[in-house]
Design a protein around this ligand. Structure first.
Ligand code: XMP
Length: 319
């Protein structure tokens, strides 16, 4: 009978067989998937693994500290923390097309991993926490008309030529199974239960051009939204909740001043695997309170809207 303990043992054997005596670099994105992949691979090959956490400047507030803290403090897994926000934000200047953003970010991740691989004397493999839904949504479906919905940064966003071979032990799993595997591996519950966060980060939550200033505005709004969700005890009932910063300015009034600032969109969905999703039905008083806080506390935003679209026809992220 299939069990998570059995899966763990089988994957460890498989990883050892694939990697042999080679060196592996594992990219940590801050999410559950890459963390589970890293811990599993570490169990399989120990010192042959080096984890790389790339701070692309597109993280949520507090994200980097949590991940780096978890690996440095709870695990004895060597972790290289790369500060690459200039590289990513510089390259994103002027880019507005969603797929162009995704492709640039996917490629730049690989560039950074290759530089880090050189520093440790070369790596033969790149490990990623790719899940089954990342694969399905990134490839063109066969049989019907060929459509790519979006290039997930770790699949369709990868460059065509790469020096390292891929190790992707979670490639056949769905999110709920990754969480179960994370528990099996002893990851803290608060980490395992975290909402998914996409590799391209805030870049795909800022339609239009991504700038450091817009990332900062979005981080503030998003932090308030998540704070209120936790305070209301709703975090675990929601699959994913986040704020989006729209490239639209509208007129408002603050005291006796006219304002002309950006619109913030709020998204919250329930889902089992991210493949389909329903809108989370907040009480309207909850949404009003969040909107009031955001407009009062975040300079640059003067209007807040709630996204009432399920998936399909919408997707969870806006890009
Ligand atoms: P969509 O927007 O396609 O998202 O409905 C489904 C789930 O996948 C996440 N997502 C990504 N995760 N790299 C990731 O690691 C990506 O490029 C990516 N794009 C979307 C999204 O946050 C949601 O949980």
């Amino acid at each position: 009978k299939w069990s998570m303990a059995g899966f763990r043992a089988a994957k460890i054997a498989e990883i050892r067989k694939q990697v042999g005596t080679g060196r592996v670099i594992c990219g940590l994105s801050g999410g559950v998937d890459s963390a589970v992949a890293a811990v599993l691979i570490h169990e399989a090959i120990g010192e042959q693994l080096t984890c790389v956490y790339v701070d692309h400047g597109l993280m949520r507030s507090g994200e980097s500290e949590e991940v780096v803290g978890l690996f440095r403090n709870s695990y004895n897994i060597p972790l290289v923390h790369v500060q690459a926000s200039e590289l990513f934000l510089g390259g994103l200047a002027g880019v507005t097309d969603p797929e162009a953003k995704r492709k640039f970010i996917g490629k730049t991740f690989i560039d950074v991993f290759e530089v880090e691989a050189k520093k440790i004397g070369g790596a033969d493999f790149l490990a990623q926490g790719t899940l089954y839904p990342d694969v399905i949504e990134s490839v063109s479906f066969t049989g019907g008309p060929s459509v790519t919905i979006k290039s997930h940064h770790n699949v369709g966003g990868l460059p065509e030529r790469m020096n390292m071979k891929l190790v992707e032990p979670l490639r056949e799993l769905f999110k709920d199974e990754v969480r179960a595997l994370g528990r099996e591996l002893g990851l803290p519950e608060a980490f395992v239960g975290r909402h998914p966060f996409p590799g391209p980060g805030l870049a795909i939550r800022i339609p239009g051009e991504v700038t450091e200033e817009r990332c900062d505005i979005l981080r503030k709004a998003d932090k308030i939204y998540l704070e209120e969700i936790r305070k209301a005890g709703l975090y675990d009932a929601i699959w994913q909740a986040f704020a989006v910063l729209l490239p639209v300015r509208t007129v408002g009034v603050m005291g006796d001043h006219r304002t002309y600032d950006s619109v913030c969109g709020l998204r919250a969905v329930t889902s089992v695997d991210g493949m389909t999703a329903d809108v989370y039905p907040f009480e309207s008083s909850f949404l009003s309170a969040v909107a009031t806080r955001i407009v009062n506390e975040v300079r640059g935003i003067n209007r807040v809207v709630y996204d009432y679209t399920s998936k399909p026809p919408g997707t969870i992220e806006w890009e």
